[in-house]
Write a protein that binds this ligand. Sequence first.
Ligand SMILES: [Mg+2]
Length: 213
Amino acid sequence: MDFDTPLFDTALAEAWVRAIAAAVEKEQARLTELDSAIGDGDHGSNLHRGFSAVLAALDDLRPAGSGTVLTKTGSTLISKVGGASGPLYGKAFRAIGAALPDPAGPADVAEALAAGLDAVRALGKAAPGDKTIVDAYTPAVAAFRATAAAGAALPEAAAAAADAAEQGARDTVPLQARKGRASYLGERSIGHQDPGATSTALLFRALADVAAG
Ligand SMILES: [Mg+2]
């Protein structure tokens, strides 16, 4: 391995989680607005409460490996966040943490992120096109994998994943929700961006930002 290549290590794992917490804080009102349109309006406040608890948990955790940082993040989200998003993101982070070697190269990170997506799909039973987290997460993993397989370093793979996640979130606008509370609205869910796909895009953008250093 090229030693100039930045690796996903404990410091990066912690920086990623802290960057997500900051992004959730900044975008809380927007997430709530999106969830008010097609859900029950609690997505921003739920994630904000969850990641505030995660920050407190991380302060008690040091020193720990990157896998432990992420599994602790997941466990905290499961215990502190109501609605569907806590268990879904919680399981994702636990799966990512369990799959991640420390330190990890781009291909390792791609596979760990894919394990997180598998966990989301196993719990939520959502497929691409159902207007959920999966619609941002699936293209993000595909882009991360393809970019890493082409020999790109971590920052480049993470940036490609973030771009794909943001596009995937935008692409939920014309979809009719088939899972979650938004599905109760039927055709009235069309024309709104999915809040879960939107928070997933925040999560991948946070990874790209910290990987870029
Ligand atoms: Mg909600």
